[in-house]
Design a protein around this ligand. Sequence first.
Ligand SMILES: Nc1ncnc2c1ncn2[C@@H]1O[C@H](COP(=O)(O)OP(=O)(O)OP(=O)(O)O)[C@@H](O)[C@H]1O
Length: 638
Amino acid sequence: MERIHVAVRSRPLSPEDSRSSPWKISGNAIAHSAQSSSRFEFDRIFGEECRTAEVYQARIKHIVDNVVRGFNGTVFAYGQTNSGKTFTMRGSANEPGIIPLAVHDLFQRIQEHMDREFLVRMSYMEIYNEDINDLLVPEHRKLQIHESIEKGIFVAGLREEIVTCAEQVMDFMSFGESHRHIGETNMNLYSSRSHTIFRMVIESREKGDDNEVEDFCDAVRVSVLNLVDLAGSERAAKTGAEGVRLKEGSHINKSLMTLGTVIKKLSEGIESQGGHVPYRDSKLTRILQPALGGNSNTAIICNITLAQIHTDETKSSLQFASRALRVTNCACVNEILTDAALLKRQRKEIEELRAKLRKSESDHWEEEILNLRNTLLQSELEKERISLELEEEKKAKEQRDRCLIEQAKKIENLSSLVLNSDRDDRSTAFSKNKRRVTWCPGPNAKQFDIEDLRPVQEGSTSSTVRNERDMGMPPLFEELMQESNDEPCANVYSSGPGNVSKDSEDVPLPDSHALLHVTNRRKPKAMKKSDQEQFRGRAGELLIPQDPCDGNDALRHKNTVPCVVSSLSSRESEAILVIKQLQDQIKLLEAEKSSVQTNLDAVLVLATQQKVSFNEEYEEVSYVRLRKRKFESIQLGD
Ligand SMILES: Nc1ncnc2c1ncn2[C@@H]1O[C@H](COP(=O)(O)OP(=O)(O)OP(=O)(O)O)[C@@H](O)[C@H]1O
């Protein structure tokens, strides 16, 4: 939908009229200085100094361009008599009007459309006293208006001359002008007594070589350019019209009034609401019907004079133009299609669509394959990374397991040492008839005979020393330390004060001096009283005090922590502490082992999932490739 373009052009005034003019133009608005209600705004307002070429460039050129492309176009000059309509449309010797400018432009545009061939025809008619006369064939008078589906509204019998250049058109136009009704009035020496419609019909179709008749589409575009110079509205009192002039004036006013009514109805949207628009009330509105409410790009040039004496007429013209601003048209390309042309066009469209489809599909598949390849590559890289991590984890686990086994072996040896030492002490103690503390090694209880650990009656010769075959001889401490030095376990052991292993970092090794005290039972060194109390305070956190006589209670302790009866020797206490620390380390290592195992399991699950997804992606890529190959083999088959 496109609105009718409305421009106002004011003609030059005499200096006297100019001084007394009540109108003021500012930008695209014009207002009457004494009447605040008389203010109008338009698409363009051209002042006195403005040239016709400027008016043409502003909008008319665009309409002419569109006519060459297949759209209808209409330009008409409206205004009171002597306001400059004919001057605007036809021009003068010095200043070409809209019609010659449009004709020249039209042929230039046609030259630019190299891909089409054109057929241009022109006609020139006037509506004089409601009769349509052919200006190119003066004897063709009182022509009738008809309407048909193919041609729309047309004037039957109107001569259409085929023209090939602008000069030819201008010649025909001059001929027509010579037959136009012009009369002298008080207001205009050469007053138009009729409305004139200069019409150009442009037909075009795509150019095609003889060899490729099948390839080009022979749909024909037909567009019409109407350039209308209306007769001016006039007041008999002002024009002094009498007789023939009066009759002419009456017809002019009547048809202009109908035009005004049609524009008013259209601006109110009556037609779109299904209401009646009186196009048929005048020949002018009937011929201009497609341009006013239909398929056309339309422009109105409203010519006015700003002299005070014509204020009412100017105001009336401005009101008409203002209403026309609200009228919309719907221009579209006009094509005539034969069945063969229609078929050819549809076949061409189908081919174009097929080509587009093929291109978009192949583009799509290429892109899809590229994406899948990228994903596959990324997945393979990820898989490699996970495998490496898995390998490292396995190695670390194996090393931890080895350390754990060694640690356990050493603890076992140390426990045996402590038990041996305890046995020696007990024999000494019993020989001195002293009460001794008994403790239970717990996890290795199987190796110990509980009875052996109970206080032995004085004088009893039976087994105060444990059978060596049952216990197994523990290695010497020096050997133990040598072993520790030979096989350092950096991840498991940590250095403590007096640590034997230099590589150990995490877990404190037994203090060598303490262990020497444990093994060197022949020179028991009595703990100072203050040291004993201090030690008891520390040991109290680790050991559960029990009845010194009840060795079974000690064995029942669920964590199998050695149960200390009172009066531990300092060496025993230190050994117990060392063992306790080692057991804690074992627990920590076991916890670490189980967490590593959990991680390892998770990594394994992840790796399995990755493998499944790789397989799926691989299958998808294979499927896409297969489909692409099939599609290409179909295309080749076409
Ligand atoms: N913009 C203009 N510049 C110079 N002269 C102009 C201009 N407009 C009009 N004129 C002159 O004014 C006179 C009247 O103009 P014109 O005949 O075009 O009026 P009109 O509106 O067609 O009148 P009518 O309706 O009676 O035919 C002419 O002599 C014309 O040369």
